[in-house]
Design a protein around this ligand. Structure first.
Ligand code: UDP
Ligand code: MG
Length: 320
């Protein structure tokens, strides 16, 4: 180990949620990949309130190799918060975020470090394909991704959370004040010289994915509301269209009435009411989404709470 062991050159940050079975292999493969290319490094494993033996596994890894450090959150705060916790704990000149389930191949680590050495401040690993997804799901997600990319400038499908940030980029990212973070988006938003490295997502070795439909929907909503007010403008545009429609229909009805041809059609009235109701509720819902975001931000609660760390901190504290 180098003499600068208190400030390693490279930090690898990985959020851990119920990954007990794969952690030892992760550490081993990351060490094997990074050791030859970095002067010094540390692995920061953030236990995001795992219910299995992940924390014990992290402590064991630290005992075997002190370059492995653990941060244990007080409960499950979600991957986004765990990443922030890891970024704040990391001390390296370059920080690499990767999943702890070995779906992000450690073999790519030397390439990320090399690009950083060559001057890139953000190096994104971009997915070549999506393994383990049915065709229907793939079509739906492609469509959704197109819309999402247009709205936010973030390619959700291709982009992954596997990326390297320079110290400057990490500082910029952590300076963003929002509580609800969206790492893939904000780490693109900050700018700085960036490069992309393609990779193939490995299938999960152990355990299973925790991203159900609802979690993905939440991530998408969060991404949209944190990046663009476009849906709010859409409501306004919808209202304007309705106003035009109302005037045209009103004039037409009036003309026919004056010609002694009163409009009939109970069905038309019912349909119009239903359509109108739908649009009004949809508009309210969209406004509500943004209101919920504001509510979350205004509460200004910490993004996560640290319950324990390995090696033990002198002052276990709650960081924002
Ligand atoms: N993860 C986490 N907190 C959570 C859910 C997941 O820290 O609440 C971690 C998990 O341990 C893994 C990464 O986030 O390292 C990605 O999770 P997962 O493999 O379930 O997602 P997918 O690969 O399907 O996108
Ligand atoms: Mg995974």
């Amino acid at each position: 180990m180098s003499s600068r062991s208190d400030r390693p050159e490279v930090s690898i940050v990985s959020p851990v949620f119920d990954e007990e079975a794969g952690l030892a292999a992760l550490v081993e493969r990351v060490v094997r990949a990074v050791e030859p290319v970095a002067d010094s490094f540390e692995i920061v494993l953030v236990d995001d309130g795992s219910r299995d033996g992940s924390w014990a596994e992290i402590e064991r890894a630290h005992a075997r190799d002190p370059r492995v450090r653990g941060v244990g959150l007080s409960r499950n705060f979600g991957k986004e918060s765990a990443i922030v916790a890891g970024l704040e704990a990391a001390r390296g000149d370059a920080v690499i975020v990767m999943d702890s389930d070995l779906q992000h191949p450690p073999a790519l680590l030397p390439e990320l470090v090399a690009r950083w050495r060559a001057g890139a401040e953000v190096v994104e690993a971009v997915k070549l394909d999506r393994t383990g997804q049915a065709l229907g799901g793939r079509l739906a997600s492609t469509l959704f991704n197109r819309v999402f990319e247009r709205l936010t400038g973030v390619d959700l499908v291709g982009a992954s959370d596997y990326r390297l940030l320079s110290r400057r980029a990490v500082t910029a990212l952590l300076a963003l004040p929002e509580r609800t973070t969206f790492f893939r988006g904000t780490s693109t938003w900050i700018g700085f010289p960036r490069e992309q490295v393609p990779f193939r997502v490995d299938p999960r070795v152990t355990g299973r994915s925790r991203w159900g439909f609802r979690a993905l929907l939440r991530l998408a909503l969060n991404g949209i509301t944190s990046f663009t007010p476009a849906p709010l403008h859409l409501v306004t545009i919808g209202a304007a269209l309705f106003a035009v429609f109302a005037v045209v229909l009103g004039v037409q009805t009036l003309v026919r009435f004056l010609q002694g041809d009163a409009v009939t059609g109970f069905t038309t009235v019912i349909l119009l009411l239903l359509i109108q109701g739908t649009f009004i509720l949809l508009g309210l819902g969209i406004v509500g989404q943004y209101l919920a975001r504001i509510h979350d931000e205004v509460k200004n609660r910490p993004r996560y709470l640290v319950a324990r760390s390995s090696p033990p901190d002198r002052e276990p504290d709650a960081r924002r």
